[in-house]
Design a protein around this ligand. Structure first.
Ligand code: PLP
Length: 399
């Protein structure tokens, strides 16, 4: 059994480890610097300056202006603020929102809430590789919409969306464009000064920063109504005394990501491709889910033909060998092996949609980690119960 120190962490899409440089940047704000950024005295000033610096760091990562960054408590809250904020500012009932069927629950459930308030929601389907068809968006926008929300990359399948094209189409039809960039910020280049993006959500804990802090980019001029009411912090859009240490951590994480992204992406893509090539070679039943290249640098989403029913057991066998991976999304861990709505939307059947293995690589993974995974995998696959393997193999016949 591996202990926490010795285990290999291949679940970076669920959350990333805190970068030691981020921890050091946060430390003074957990220890001696305790002021409230709204206070006028020296202690408040110290905290206020730290929040301003972090705002500029996050803005730089996105090529935004600092006053276009609103700090929130999570990626989830950012997307809630974007969608509910736009709809409430526009009047709610009678509006139309367009999104995709493979969004994270942060967007899907927010859309469902808006529906209950009288907003019409159109959900775009995806291809077998998990890509939204721009023509389908054009069709949907025959009915005018306030906002289109399509994620930059999917958290399970890893597929990157054509957000520039989707954003342009949204603008041509007079709609705002929001993107959930929680999986991509700091991992693929983002330049909101050149891209047709009006609102963008990100989260520190997917970026080697702390949990419980996020940001929403809001293009200058976009009208949003707040849903957290109080002291008027964050330009009145998100009242509450700021999470100063968390915000400092997000700022530092953003600065590191901006400086190291190009090298890190190239390195992570090499590790990802090494893992994909090795698995497809050694496990004849393995198949890759999502697009081979148009995918997140660190994402490998695999199915094993005939063994999908055993995905949970495979995960536990990997865990016993010290390897942390995931089936589908950790955000829905409570639902156990429920079929993934994302894979079903991509055309996989209920059985296959229950059985994916998601391996996600990050900054602190090495070739040795990939090689260890590849070494352990056949053993883990072999440990699956012959009875279920046989039964599920039968069920797969004729496919
Ligand atoms: N959006 C996507 C694509 C995600 O992967 C996640 C996290 O799992 C979230 C949103 C939610 O972010 P947070 O955990 O900061 O609320």
């Amino acid at each position: 059994m591996h202990d926490m120190q010795r285990g290999i962490y291949l679940d970076n899409a669920a959350t990333t480890p805190l970068d030691p440089r981020v921890r050091e940047a946060m430390r003074p704000y957990l220890e001696e610097i305790h002021g409230n950024p709204s206070s006028l005295h020296w202690a408040g000033r110290q905290a206020r300056e730290a929040v301003s610096k972090a705002r500029a760091q996050v803005a730089d990562l996105l090529h935004a202006k600092p006053d276009e960054i609103i700090f929130t408590a999570s990626g989830t809250e950012s997307s809630n603020l974007a969608l509910v904020g736009v709809c409430e500012a526009a009047g709610v009932a009678g509006g139309h929102v367009v999104t995709s069927v493979i969004e994270h629950p942060a967007v899907l459930e927010t859309c469902r809430y808006l529906e209950s308030r009288g907003v019409a929601v159109t959900r775009l389907g995806v291809s077998r590789e998990g890509i939204v068809d721009p023509n389908e968006l054009r069709q949907a926008l025959r009915r005018p919409a306030w906002i289109v929300s399509v994620m930059m990359a999917n958290n399970v399948a890893g597929t990157l969306q054509p957000v520039n094209e989707l954003g342009r189409i949204a603008h041509e039809h007079g709609a705002l464009f929001h993107t959930d960039a929680v999986q991509t910020a700091g991992k693929i280049p983002i330049d909101v000064s050149a891209q047709p993006i009006d609102l963008l959500s990100l989260s520190a804990h997917k970026l080697y920063g702390p949990k419980g802090v996020g940001a929403l980019y809001v293009r200058t001029g976009v009208q949003l109504a707040p849903f957290v009411h109080g002291g008027g912090q964050e330009r009145g859009l998100r009242s509450a005394t700021e999470n100063v240490a968390g915000i400092v951590g997000l700022g530092c994480a953003a600065e590191i990501a901006a400086a190291s992204r190009a090298d890190e992406t190239a390195r992570t893509v090499r590790l990802r491709d090494r893992l994909i090539d090795a698995v497809l070679k050694l496990a004849p039943r393995a198949y890759l889910i999502g697009h081979r290249y148009q995918r997140l640098p660190g994402n490998v989403c695999l199915g094993f033909a005939g063994l999908e029913g055993d995905a949970m057991k495979l995960l536990l066998a990997l865990d016993a060998a010290g390897i942390a991976a995931s089936t589908g999304s950790a955000c829905s861990a409570n639902h156990g092996a429920a079929p993934s709505y994302i894979l079903q939307a991509m055309g996989y059947d209920v059985f296959q949609a229950r059985g994916s293995l998601r391996v996600t690589l990050g900054r602190f993974n090495t070739e040795a980690d990939v090689d260890e995974f590849v070494r352990v995998l056949p053993e883990a696959l072999g440990s699956l119960s012959p009875l279920t393997t046989f039964a599920t193999g039968m069920a797969m016949e004729g496919r």
